[in-house]
Design a binder for this molecule. Structure first.
Ligand code: SF4
Length: 1528
């Protein structure tokens, strides 16, 4: 019986049976490839294929004629097309591969030269979107070729199957494939689905590629092999059960695999049509292998592991001859360096599925050697090393990430393998293993060298891109500004500038142009001796500008000229290099990005010349903010795109290598300027691979460095101009581009449309945009009567903008032609020609202009040619006269308005009326001043007395939004599905708070994104409701998973004893809400004008009393929960639940307690169990003190009311307040009492002024007695006399405590409540591990710490061990740190004025030395910090507090009561760290020396007269230590 002897033959036979068309790539049509004979043999025999029962077409093409071009047509016509080729065509076919990846095309690649091929041929194209399969043995070649075709058919994606034929050259011959097996595995029915014409789209990545078939992927999968893997179908290891299956890998080694559990396997297929992502491909591949195993007994897995299950180390091979390694490892003896070593090779190389690798690799492995057979090494670390490294990093099952060391695999022979392995593992096991050792004969040294050598090779980081250029263009590469010796005398600075290189390139291009002209003349000349040169020269001259064609002909021309020997021929030969079309590049650094308008980059782009620029940016993502703000980098990419004539690509070699290659090829072939921006972040040359990788990842993921390609001429070819290649932000940025007037099409033709993209570039384009916008405005005004009035505003928080718009409308109503614009959108050169201009600006920072007025102000300030003699103008300015308490700072008040008023006057402008000033301190804020000023303006304009002015609609208030929201629906449901923005509407932002979620944006990224023309990085904060802060271990695990999968990987334990997630993007909001619901929790009413999470003292020392109190907290919580069904409709029901009407009048809820407008403001309740006031009852609207009965159980509560923390800086009408005593009530009544207090507030709270709406103001305005009377009236009962109680402190009790039942509780220190993993302290992991075994509860404390609660005596040791293991048992911090607390503030809180959570720990560190020196280390001093006066961390009750005023500046407060019972008072305003330390250090010393026995810090500062005691909120602003200094 016939048999198969080579891998090429095995593969070709399968390809033939599985295809309608086979493109057989050969080096020449007369030379056979590894596959061609077998293909021809079948074709000659007219064998029919299996997929269409017809004779497939075998097309032979030469390898140098762009062979993959032949694939499109048949593939698009729906014919199953495959390619057989060697690896040499891959690199230059990258542009095709990107597109073909979305068609079910199979490419079989025989690596060259067989025996020791260069695997970089494969790694270079790994990101094209193709799936990659690798085979080693003859049998594998047959099976994996079949897998490749089946995978293509079932997924609709392209598949590349590669192998080194020499690996199997000594294998036993193989039986012919079984037609029946092939037929079954190929799923011929599905093949027919594929055989319908395909469409293209612009996707690149597999994980985003759509299924190319018209059938949804889920159907493709489900119609096919069973979804569940039949265990042990995913068994890895050498194929079994077939005598001919001898793999080149040793078959004696024990198979090791982890079988996929039923649960695992059943979960992967979604019921919705979804694109063929990585997981889909993995699943489909698994199904195919299950089938192959059922039919043949041979099994496969994405990664093959062989070796002991307790291996300490592993060898990961990406290269030839696994058999050789495997055999040697098998035979290792105990003392060998490579004893107890496992061996891994990838079978499914792409998509790379980290979980599959982790599954294959025993947990015992702690060190991994990665061998990569890569000859053309371009990056410092090999691609496979990076893959392995990142996979291991994502492993949560290993306590420690294994050490990974990369090696470059040179040529090895049998005789040298022992020595090589010893070298590898000696290095791996050494103290400081060297990365990048070369094993075997150096790849570049040729194959003849057999002496194994170990050498260190570490290419410089920044060389990576140069090497890639070299790889892509080889000899054709010409770098214009390289520092060669011939340039001696020219300074490096000059050579480094774009102008220098550009000049040299232009000269070179000119030179070649002249040479082409010479050749054209020569082609007609009679001076040649032979006739040949003339024909070739004229042929060449025709294609001289086409790189590919010219370079193909050039050698022929040169050889003809050489043979001719005439003087003319010799002369031409002197410049023979010019027969080749060079690939010319200018290489620059990010230094070119400063001052773009004047720089050489601008010069090059503006020239329109065909020049390629590669600009390497090495600023690490984390360092970007540290750059000198005054020398801000401009975005060259956006600049060039705005220019409209340049090809632009943004690439990052450690994010997508293939995209770098693609961009370079495209840049080179683009006729005109090209800019490739290349990212390679590093601090030092010896940065570790993970650092560079993580920096790159952060930059790409966060959109700091998006990967994209922009070809302004693509439109002519019917393609999209803009292709975004980053995976994560793809949707977001693309949506942005779409929304911004379809920039892909419009920008090229109408750059003026795209205002946002070019913010602050100072280019002419920007001018054009401004002009167009203004002209459009003017056209609108045409035909209107009346005087023109141009209103320009600069506004950060919207007040100035709203005022400007309102003024505009009122002006229109008075018959004026008004136009309203942001100052920075206004073309300054028009100012001379205006008739009437009104400027409205608010005040930012230290008296600066708001962001959108800064360029305008710079222009006005510095202009020398503005002549405003014919311009009438005035200014209205908004500010806060008390914002700067020091006399010397007073001039900052309304500074921008005053400055611009003075400047316009100086430029000759005529004042319509005097400047108006709005002051936040006035009774109605800035409105007071405005209402005075506006009528004067109308009078001066002659339109003061106009009859019949229409009524203006009143501004939309929070109260309106609530009432219009239809019981908290708003348009949230619609907003959530709007994919064009990451945000939701302004009213929905208010409504969403009631659902427990706030929209925020990352303030670290705000400016950067604004500068890039992107919308802010919006995400959502989600807050859960967790009455009394008690969570089960299962809930903890679920919270942990939500943070990891849907949030920013951290959990915040809040000051109100609940979980908070940050960084949840809009698309993940609903899944997160559903996941919270599955954890039996809700987020309803966690924020908003309702009763919030009810708090309760955390530590259950007195178990029975505590249990009763917790029950009461739950009862109050449940009783006061809103009744709306909107929450369930919007978040919980899925799409399949019918009849869900989310909006509209049809749905009518009923809120028995709240009614349709809910409360005037938020409402907070907390309960303390004396002696602990860890929940700060005085800070709450209702504070309850649990009173113990004689039986040790809960008897009732002392009820206090009217506490609250929120205040506004310098606004004396706002103040923090402590709750006042109302009296005692029995426990059974407590929820009713709370309800009645809330209802009195609901009806009497101020609904007009949100700053005056909290219960504290209602009570203060009404008086405690009157308010209490109203409550008692509603309740029908009266409060009893309060019972005695005593508090010891308001901080947590750290460490182990035993309760009365004998169970133990451990309060651990979680700094500022942030649960996260860091390299030194894997806190989140530790808590997760504890949650997996803990049988009690977790209790969140009001100080943002955590109690591991109810540990039974028998579990105590285990828990202690676990706490120790994860360093969670450490409570050995200074008393000040343990008593500290900070709110979130930056980067997520929109109200933050200064850092808090990120800064307080640092500040405490700076004080700890003094504490130590003065014996105060153990002393508890309550210190709190917040980023703004909203007071989330209850700063006003701390003994010492810092409240953010401006970035880096804080107001300092002193004298709070240690039990949380007395408010503190302002001691210093707007002080920075230096001053804080100057005050605190001597003060602490003094406290240590002069305090009385047991005297608390807060009491001490009062006794020594530093600060007056605050009795209650209304005297909070009285007698402050820092008196405001007024001018008067
Ligand atoms: S106190 Fe202010 S800055 Fe801090 S979290 Fe609350 S609102 Fe944000």
């Amino acid at each position: 019986m016939a048999s198969i002897t080579s891998a090429g033959e095995a593969v070709a036979r399968i390809a033939y049976l599985a295809s309608d068309v086979i493109v057989s790539v050969q080096s020449s049509l007369s030379a056979d490839s590894d596959f061609s004979q077998a293909l021809q043999h079948s074709a000659t025999a007219q064998t029919r294929n299996i997929v269409s029962k017809s004779v497939p077409q075998v097309q032979s093409v030469r390898h140098n004629v762009d062979p993959l071009l032949s694939v499109y047509q048949p593939a698009r016509e729906g014919r199953l097309t495959s390619v057989t080729t060697d690896a040499s065509v891959l690199l230059k076919s990258i542009p095709h591969l990107y597109k073909l990846a979305k068609l079910p095309v199979v490419i079989h690649v025989s690596l060259q030269p067989a025996g020791h091929p260069d695997y970089s041929d494969v790694t270079s194209v790994r990101n094209t979107g193709f799936a990659f399969l690798q085979s080693h043995s003859l049998q594998e070649a047959q099976d994996l070729a079949l897998t490749a075709h089946a995978l293509a058919i079932r997924s609709g994606c392209g598949v590349i199957h590669f192998f080194d034929a020499s690996n199997s050259s000594k294998d036993q011959p193989l039986a012919l494939e079984s037609r029946d097996t092939v037929q079954q595995v190929l799923s011929v029915n599905l093949a027919r689905v594929e055989q319908s014409p395909q469409e293209q789209d612009g996707n690149i990545y597999v994980s985003q590629a759509k299924s190319a078939s018209a059938t949804p992927i889920s159907q493709l999968v489900s119609r096919d092999a069973p979804l569940r893997y039949d265990s042990p179908s995913r068994e890895t290891g050498t194929p079994k059960g077939d005598s001919s299956s001898a793999s080149s890998a040793s078959s004696q080694r024990n198979d090791s695999h982890s079988e996929m559990s039923d649960a695992d396997s059943a979960t992967t297929v979604s019921s919705n049509p979804a694109p063929a992502g990585s997981d889909d491909l993995d699943l489909i591949c698994g199904n195919i292998w299950t089938q192959i195993q059922a039919l043949t007994g041979r099994s496969y897995a994405p990664f093959r592991y062989t070796g002991p299950q307790n291996a300490e180390a592993a060898l990961f091979l990406f290269g030839s001859n696994p058999g050789l390694f495997s055999k040697e490892l098998d035979g290792a003896k105990d003392g060998d360096f490579y004893a107890r070593v496992g061996f891994v090779t990838p079978t499914l190389y792409r998509p790379w599925i980290p979980q599959q690798l982790l599954k294959a690799l025993p947990l015992s492995v702690t060190k991994i050697a990665v061998l990569e057979q890569i000859k053309r090494k371009t990056t410092k670390w090999g691609p496979v090393l990076m893959d392995v490294l990142m996979s291991l990093k994502s492993d949560s099952n290993r306590s420690k990430t294994p050490l990974v060391v990369g090696y470059q695999l040179g040529h090895l022979e049998y005789s040298t393998i022992t020595q090589a392995l010893s070298g590898i593992f000696q290095n791996l096991r050494s103290q400081n293993p060297i990365q990048n050792l070369v094993i075997g004969a150096r790849p570049s040294a040729g194959l003849s060298v057999s002496r194994p050598e170990l050498e260190l090779q570490q290419p410089a980081l920044e060389n990576a891109y140069m090497k890639i250029l070299d790889q892509v263009f080889g000899r054709r590469l010409y770098i214009a500004n390289s520092l060669k010796a011939s340039h001696a005398g020219v300074s490096a600075t000059i050579k480094g500038s774009p102008e220098y290189g550009f000049g040299s390139l232009v000269a070179r291009t000119e030179h070649r142009r002249r040479f082409v002209a010479e050749v054209q003349a020569a082609a007609k000349s009679k001076s040649f001796i032979t006739e040949n040169p003339k024909k070739w020269l004229s042929q060449w001259a025709l294609v001289a500008d086409q790189a590919k064609a010219a370079n193909e002909i050039a050698p022929e021309v040169i050889s003809r000229l050489s043979a001719d020997g005439s003087p003319l021929a010799s002369k031409l030969l002197q410049s023979q290099g010019l027969f080749f079309q060079e690939s010319q590049w200018l290489i620059g650094s990010d230094a070119w990005a400063y001052d773009l308008g004047n720089s050489g980059v601008h010069h090059v782009i503006a020239s329109g010349e065909n020049v390629n620029m590669l600009i390497i940016d090495s600023t690490p993502y984390s360092e970007r903010a540290a750059q000198d703000a005054a020398r801000r980098k401009k975005d060259i990419g956006l600049y060039a795109m705005n220019y409209g004539n340049a090809y632009v690509a943004s690439v990052a070699v450690y994010s997508s290598y293939t995209q770098v290659l693609q961009a370079m090829l495209e840049a080179e072939s683009f006729k005109g300027p090209s800019v490739v921006l290349a990212y390679l972040p590093y601090n030092r040359e010896n940065d570790g691979p993970l650092t560079v990788l993580q920096e790159t990842k952060k930059a790409v993921d966060l959109g700091y460095w998006p990967l994209y390609r922009w070809d302004p001429k693509a439109e002519e070819k019917g393609e999209e101009c803009f292709k975004l290649d980053s995976e994560k932000i793809k949707q977001e940025l693309q949506d942005f581009l779409k929304r911004e007037n379809q920039v892909t099409q419009l920008m090229n033709r109408h750059p003026h449309f795209h205002a946002n993209l070019s913010e602050s570039y100072g280019s002419e384009v920007r001018q054009v945009q401004k002009r167009k916008a203004k002209d459009a405005y003017e056209a609108l005004l045409e035909g209107l009567q009346g005087a023109p009035m141009t209103i320009l505003f600069a506004s950060d928080n919207g007040n100035a903008e709203n005022l400007a718009k309102r003024l505009g409308n009122r002006g229109k109503a008075r018959g004026l032609k008004t136009m309203v614009m942001a100052m920075d959108d206004y073309p300054l050169e028009d100012l001379n020609n205006e008739e009437n201009v009104v400027l409205i600006t608010s005040t930012a920072g230290q008296g600066e202009f708001p962001q959108n007025g800064r360029n305008f102000w710079e222009g006005v300030k510095n202009s020398t040619d503005l002549d405003l003699a014919n311009v009438n103008f005035t200014v209205f300015s908004l500010g806060d006269s008390h914002y700067w308490p020091r006399k010397e700072d007073k001039h900052y008040y309304n500074k921008p308005g005053k400055d611009v008023f003075a400047r316009l006057t100086a430029l000759g402008g005529k004042q319509i009326v005097d400047i108006g000033q709005g002051d936040d301190q006035d009774p109605d804020g800035y409105q007071t001043g405005y209402q005075e000023w506006e009528p004067k303006l109308w009078d001066a304009m002659g339109v003061g007395n106009v009859e019949g002015l229409p009524d203006e609609p009143p501004p939309l208030t929070n109260e309106d939004i609530k009432i219009q929201s239809n019981f908290l629906r708003g348009t949230l449901a619609e907003g959530l599905v709007d994919e064009s923005t990451g945000a939701i509407s302004a009213s929905d932002q208010q409504v969403s708070k009631f659902h427990g979620t706030y929209m925020q944006d990352d303030r670290d990224l705000r400016d950067e994104r604004k500068a890039q023309g992107l919308e802010a990085a919006f995400s959502f904060m989600i807050r859960c409701r967790l009455p009394a802060g008690v969570a089960t271990p299962d809930q903890w695990l679920k919270m942990d998973a939500i943070a990891a999968e849907l949030g920013n990987e951290t959990i915040k334990l809040t000051t109100r004893q609940t979980f908070q997630f940050h960084g949840v993007v809009k698309g993940k909001l609903k899944p997160a809400m559903q996941a919270i619901n599955r954890a039996l929790m809700t987020t309803l009413a966690a924020c908003g004008d309702v009763n919030r999470n009810v708090m309760c003292s955390a530590l259950p020392e007195l178990s029975a009393l505590h249990a009763d109190t917790k029950e009461a907290a739950q009862r109050i919580n449940d009783h006061l929960l809103p009744a709306t069904t909107a929450y369930h409709e919007i978040w919980i029901k899925d799409e399949n639940e019918k009849n869900v009407q989310v909006a509209g009048d049809a749905v009518q809820d009923f809120e028995p307690l709240y009614g349709p407008v809910y409360l005037p403001r938020k409402f907070k309740i907390s309960i303390s169990i004396p002696p602990h006031n860890d929940t700060d009852i005085y800070a709450n609207d209702i504070g309850l003190v649990a009173i113990k009965g004689d039986d040790g159980r809960l008897k009732g509560f002392n009820v206090l009311a009217g506490g609250g923390m929120g205040a506004t800086h310098n606004m004396k009408k706002t103040y923090p307040q402590i709750a006042r005593m109302f009296g005692y009530c029995d426990k059974e009544e407590i929820h009713i009492v709370c309800e009645k207090i809330m209802l009195v507030q609901k009806d009497h709270g101020d609904r007009k002024n949100r700053k005056h709406a909290r219960l504290k103001y209602t009570i203060d305005d009404m008086g405690v007695d009157v308010f209490r009377g109203k409550v008692e009236e509603l309740w029908g009962k009266t409060f009893a006399e309060p019972k005695d109680f005593k508090f010891d402190s308001n901080i947590d009790t750290f460490g182990w405590q035993k309760d009365e039942r004998g169970n133990s509780h451990f309060t651990m220190f979680i700094e500022n409540g942030r649960v996260e993993d860091t390299a030194d302290f894997p806190m989140k992991t530790g808590l997760r591990e504890i949650a997996k075994v803990h049988k009690g509860e977790f209790r969140l404390t009001g100080n943002q710490h955590l109690v591991l609660s109810n540990v039974a005596p028998e579990d105590l040791d285990t828990m202690k061990e676990l706490l120790k293991k994860y360093k969670l048992d450490n409570t050995n911090f200074s008393g000040m740190r343990l008593s500290s607390s900070a709110c979130v503030a930056f980067p997520t809180c929109g109200l933050a004025m200064a850092e808090s959570e990120r800064y307080l720990p640092e500040l405490i560190t700076k004080l700890e030395g003094v504490l130590e020196e003065n014996g105060l280390r153990q002393e508890s001093i309550v210190m709190r910090m917040t980023g703004c006066p909203n007071g989330c961390a209850r700063p006003w009750l701390a003994e010492v507090a810092f409240v953010g005023k401006a970035y880096g500046a804080y107001n300092m407060y002193l004298g709070g009561g240690y039990h949380g019972n007395r408010l503190n008072k302002l001691y210093r305003a707007s002080i920075k760290e230096e001053e804080i330390l100057e005050i605190m250090k001597p003060l602490l010393k003094r406290y240590a020396l002069q305090r009385n026995e047991g005297e608390r810090f807060g009491d001490f500062v009062i006794r020594i007269g530093m600060i007056k005691a605050t009795r209650e909120g209304r005297d909070f602003h009285e007698d402050t230590a820092q008196v405001e200094e007024d001018d008067e």
